[in-house]
Design a binder for this molecule. Structure first.
Ligand code: 3AT
Ligand code: MG
Length: 349
């Protein structure tokens, strides 16, 4: 395969490795970033505690997993003492919106009737773009899982930063336009790193799991191993450079992953056959009835909420854009293009 020929092209892989290192360093958050983020959490926490006795605010998303880059948003989750009914959650979003406004926060936008009620705002002091949701326990847990992957191998962070940057530059990281979320790209990268030979990271949901052990949150099993070293993982036997791995990532999704047949499953650490998932069957049933198949065109299984397909945001058009970008990146890398060209800003000129 062309991919394996390229993997042997040492000078090009070395260029990529150096360029990824530089890009990652340049995209790292500024030195005082963590302090700013903590200050916002404390501020919002004090607002919440004043409004509801015993309520707390937690950080999640990339700021909490360590997979954030310069300028990433700040994802916050309000935890009331007891799980609120959806209507109570909607009222909480409205109330905290009023209070954020009163405290001088900028661009406060409460969206209490959204499927997932949130309030968006910009923190006045740090100018960080923030989102608050209510009692999103699965998101807190999937953040912890991604954080454990980030710590499992030093190659995860620079590779994730590069793919997020590439996807943003190429305009295929815009869920409101039907392309994948950052979270979905992180799962694609982890899914790839679990299935290299040998793997760069194990499946933390399988490693060291004793029979019958589970931890149920909101109806889903969120157990994972957060200390792989203590469970027989003595580091990866894979010695590939980050340059070679980035090549392999694009080769995987441009040429090897067959979206008609496969599902990306970070939970199992391997590519699943679609036939075994209910989405495969839904699609067949829809096709049989002559309806356009329900959108499961490129399946990425959520690690915990296994009925949730992160690829579902894509329709045939946005999947077309995304596929074209994977192919473009792969083709440029086959032609040994510099990383800057692979990640060049998209333009319709
Ligand atoms: P950025 O660095 O902000 O681009 P992120 O990982 O923080 O990346 P988002 O801000 O898009 O990603 O999302 C914040 C978190 O919300 C990530 C994940 O814990 C959760 N999340 C986002 N989208 C989904 C989803 N579709 N299903 C489940 N959890 C999700
Ligand atoms: Mg975020």
């Amino acid at each position: 395969a062309p991919a394996s020929k390229l993997l042997a092209d040492a000078p090009y892989a070395e260029h990529l490795t150096a360029a990824i290192g530089e890009l990652h360093a340049a995209r790292l958050p500024p030195a005082d970033d963590a302090r700013w983020r903590r200050a916002v959490v404390e501020h919002v926490n004090s607002i919440a505690a004043r409004l509801w006795r015993g309520a707390q605010v937690r950080m999640f998303g990339s700021s909490a997993s360590g997979l954030h880059t310069r300028g990433a948003d700040l994802d916050l989750c309000l935890l009331p003492p007891r799980p609120p009914h959806i209507n109570a959650a909607r009222r909480m979003i409205s109330s905290i919106g009023v209070e954020l406004e009163a405290q001088g926060m900028l661009e406060v936008l409460p969206l209490p009737s959204a499927r997932v009620p949130i309030v968006k705002f910009v923190d006045r002091a740090s100018r960080l773009q923030c989102d608050i949701c209510v009692n999103n326990l699965l998101a807190l847990n999937n953040t912890a899982l991604l954080g454990a992957y980030a710590r499992a191998d030093g190659r995860v962070r620079p590779l994730v930063a590069t793919v997020k940057y590439w996807a943003a530059q190429r305009k295929v990281n815009e869920p409101y336009r039907g392309t994948l979320s950052s979270y979905a790209y992180v799962l694609l990268m982890i899914g790839y790193l679990q299935t290299t030979d040998p793997p760069v990271v194990p499946s933390l949901q399988q490693l060291g799991r004793l029979d019958g052990v589970e931890r149920i949150v909101d109806g889903y099993d969120v157990w994972f191993c957060d200390d792989p070293g203590a469970h027989g993982w003595s580091g990866s036997a894979n010695t590939q450079s980050i340059g070679e791995l980035l090549l392999g990532f694009f080769a995987r999704y441009a040429t090897e992953f067959d979206d008609a047949k496969h599902v990306v499953s970070v939970r199992l650490g391997r590519m699943l056959e679609r036939a075994g998932k209910v989405w495969g069957e839904q699609q067949t049933a829809a096709a049989r009835k002559g309806r356009r198949a329900d959108r499961h065109l490129f399946c990425i299984e959520d690690p915990f909420e296994i009925t949730h397909d992160l690829g579902r945001v894509m329709d045939t058009t946005s999947l077309g854009w995304t596929r074209a970008e994977f192919s473009r990146a792969h083709a440029l890398m086959q032609a040994r293009a510099p990383l800057a060209e692979v990640c060049a800003a998209w333009s319709d000129a």
